[in-house]
Design a protein around this ligand. Sequence first.
Ligand code: GDP
Ligand code: ZN
Length: 304
Amino acid sequence: MSKQGTVIQSTGKWYKVSVDGEIIECRLPGKFRLNQEEVTNPIAVGDHVDVEKQDDHTGSIVKIHERTNYIPRQATHGRRGDQILASNIDLAWSVVSVRKPRFKTGFIDRFLVTCEAYEVPAGILVNKTDLANKTDLKFLEDLEHLYSKLGYHFLKTSIYDPQSLEQLQEKIHRKISVFIGPSGVGKTSILNALEPDLKLSTSKISDFSGKGTHTTTFARLVPIQGDGFIVDTPGIRELGLVDIDPSELSLYYPEMLEPRKSCKFYDCTHSHEPDCGVVRAFENGEIHPERYNSYLNILESLEQ
Ligand code: GDP
Ligand code: ZN
C-alpha cells in the first residue's frame, strides 16, 4: 500500500520523503528518470509523491503528483532544461524591514512580478515594526491597503511582538513557505522565533542519512511545527527578476489586467504608446503611482 508524502531533500540517489511526519529514505525506480524532459531533475523538493514502504524501512517512489508550480534555479521562465529549486510552493514571502535596512517598494514589486510569473502565491512581510515611528506606521498602513487590495498577503512583524509571530504562524500552517529577502532583515531571527528548536531538528534530519550535514546549494524543506515546511536554500534568497518579454510585464500586475485590454496596440508596453488603457487607468487613479512607477522601472531593466 502506498502513502502520500512530500520530498524534503534530494541527494541524487536518495530522496528524503516526509510521510505523516515520518522521514523515509526513498529510491526512485529508473523508469521515472526517463520520461520528464522539460526539467533536469526528475524530483525536486516540494514534490508530492506516493511512496511504497519496503521491508528494510526504506521506500520506493511509485508516483509523482503534478506540480502546481516551481521555482527554477535560474530566473528563466518555463524554458526547457530548467533545474528546479523547489516545487509546490504555497506561499512565498518577500521579507523586508521597516528600518535597518529600510526597504524599497521597488524590491517588493520585482519579487511580486517574479511570483506571478511562476504562479506562486505571494505575501509581503514587513519586519522590525518595533523600530517604526509614527510616519513609518502610517506609511505601512497605506502599503497594507494597497497590496491587500491587489490580493497579496500582508503582515507586519517584530521578533519582540509574539502576537505578530502568531499571525505569521497561522499563515504558514500546513503550507510549504519560502522567505525571500535581503540579508539583515531578520529572516533567520523570525524562523528561530517561530521554531525555537529549528536548528536542532534540522541537524537531526541531516544526520538521518548517516553521512552528516549536506552543505550543497540544493534546496531542502525544513519541517515546522503544526505541519508545514519552509524552503531552505541559499540561492532562493536572492530570487532574481524573471526574464520575460517587456510586452508581457503588465500580465504580472493584477491591476493592469483589465485596463490593458483596451490598449490600441496589442504589444503596447504602456509607456509611450498612444491610446493606452493602462495609462488611462493610472491617470484616473485606478493604478497606484508607486506601482506604475515600479512597472516603468522593471520595464526599463527588461528592455536592456
Ligand atoms: P537575515 O539576514 O535576514 O537572516 O537577518 P537576521 O535574522 O540575521 O537579523 C539581522 C539583525 O536584525 C539581527 O541583529 C537581529 O537581531 C535583528 N532583528 C531581527 N528581527 C528584528 C526585529 O523584529 N526587530 C529588531 N529591532 N531587530 C530585529
Ligand atoms: Zn497600453
